[in-house]
Design a protein around this ligand. Structure first.
Ligand code: C5P
Length: 371
């Protein structure tokens, strides 16, 4: 996807019609934006997401009311001639011109979203108008199906990996630190409770020292509540309490998308011995008991999680990591998701949720690290 032009009309701080040219050449291949706070850097990014994804853009709330409020708030406000008051423009819009592969062919798209205040300021008076042009011609089909078309061009869920600013980079950088410290805390706690792990020491914000294991290529998943792939596979109701908790093995194989396997597969292909299989099950259920209680004390439900084990001389140790990236955690009262599903489902606030989990467990993210 290559962006050529972004146009703002009375959008946020951008007054009147402002065209931003993104065209580059071999000699100058990058466009950089600089500006003081309030100059419109964030507005630019928000506008870019908004023109592409509309209501689904990351900076807008989830409901229709949020969307309408966003439209009202986004319209530029101008000072009156005497400087005494602000008045709002009547019409606002964002336009984008870009090139992308769609339906197997490279095409140039021009997308416009505009909205107009008609009469009173009530929310319902801000209907949004979308028009999509393909290779210079207006397309009724693309206009009608734009959300689906955009999913093919750049899926909304992964757009946040591309359309972000420096603040987001800081946040992503922070996630590594939060997870590293969180994992150290959980591994330490499990050791205290008698579960043998590979974890040795926290070395820095982004490094941990662990024992080198001969990893068993199998993932062990325990589920206390049905959600995620279990519901997709078995068609069971999302949110169902599982009593007793259920257990699944998956093969660690990215190309095959980690398929579910059973103990017979593990034995026939020699991925682990029957004793190791038994030990992995026992240890995973033990971790479930220990951590379910720990998270419950912090007002959270441990919904499900994944563990990996490896051999270290004659021992089977818990390896890999335990962080909100590999488990599901819901707030006990509200069932709000506090784990990687926030990222998977494009809910936003990923790092904030991970920090909240750490805070509730009493993990000190600022604590000095012993040399
Ligand atoms: O996707 P699914 O519902 O099977 O995930 C079950 C649990 O295992 C979730 O907590 C998920 O975060 C974790 N998991 C993981 N790594 C994978 C697959 C699942 O950490 N490759």
């Amino acid at each position: 996807m290559f962006i050529y032009k972004l146009v703002f009309e009375n959008f946020g701080v951008y007054r009147g019609r402002q065209e931003i040219d993104f065209s580059v050449s071999k000699e100058s291949p990058i466009v950089l934006f600089g500006g003081k706070n309030g100059a419109g850097k964030t507005t630019l990014l928000n506008g870019l997401q908004f023109v592409l994804y509309g209501k689904r853009a990351a900076n807008i709330g989830r409901t229709s009311a949020d969307h309408e409020e966003f439209l009202i708030e986004a319209v530029h406000r101008e000072e009156s001639d005497d400087g005494e008051s602000l008045y709002q423009k009547r019409k606002a819009g964002v336009e984008i011109e870009f090139e992308a592969v769609y339906d197997g062919e490279l095409a140039r798209f021009y997308v416009t979203r505009s909205w107009e205040k008609s009469g009173s300021e009530s929310l319902t008076n801000f209907p949004e108008k979308l028009t999509v042009f393909q290779n210079g011609l207006p397309s009724e089909f693309l206009t009608k199906n734009w959300a689906e078309v955009m999913e093919e061009i750049l899926p909304h869920e992964i757009s946040s990996l591309f359309l972000f600013d420096g603040e987001k980079i800081d946040q992503l950088d922070r996630k590594g630190m939060v997870n590293n410290r969180f994992n150290a805390f959980i591994m330490g706690y499990l050791e205290e409770q008698g579960v043998a792990t590979h974890f040795d020491a926290l070395l820095s914000d982004n490094e941990s020292q662990v024992k080198h294991l001969d990893m068993i290529p199998v993932e062990c998943v325990v589920r206390n509540i049905a959600t995620g792939s279990l519901c997709r596979r078995l068609g069971v109701e999302d949110g169902l309490d599982l009593e007793p908790p259920t257990f699944e093995f998956f093969l660690k194989n990215d190309e095959l998308h980690d398929p579910m396997i059973n103990e017979y597969h593990i034995a026939s292909f020699g991925w682990a011995t029957p004793a190791e299989v038994e030990s992995m099950k026992v240890q995973t259920f033990r971790v479930n008991e220990i951590l379910s209680k720990l998270f419950a004390d912090g007002g959270m439900i441990l919904v499900d999680f994944k563990l990996e084990f490896g051999r270290f001389s004659d021992q089977l140790l818990l390896g890999d990591e335990f962080t909100p990236d590999g488990c599901r955690l819901w707030d006990t009262d509200t069932r709000e998701k506090l784990d990687k599903d926030r990222f998977r489902q494009g809910l936003g606030g990923v790092v904030e949720a991970y920090e909240e989990v750490a805070l509730r467990l009493g993990v000190d993210l600022e604590a000095p690290i012993a040399a």
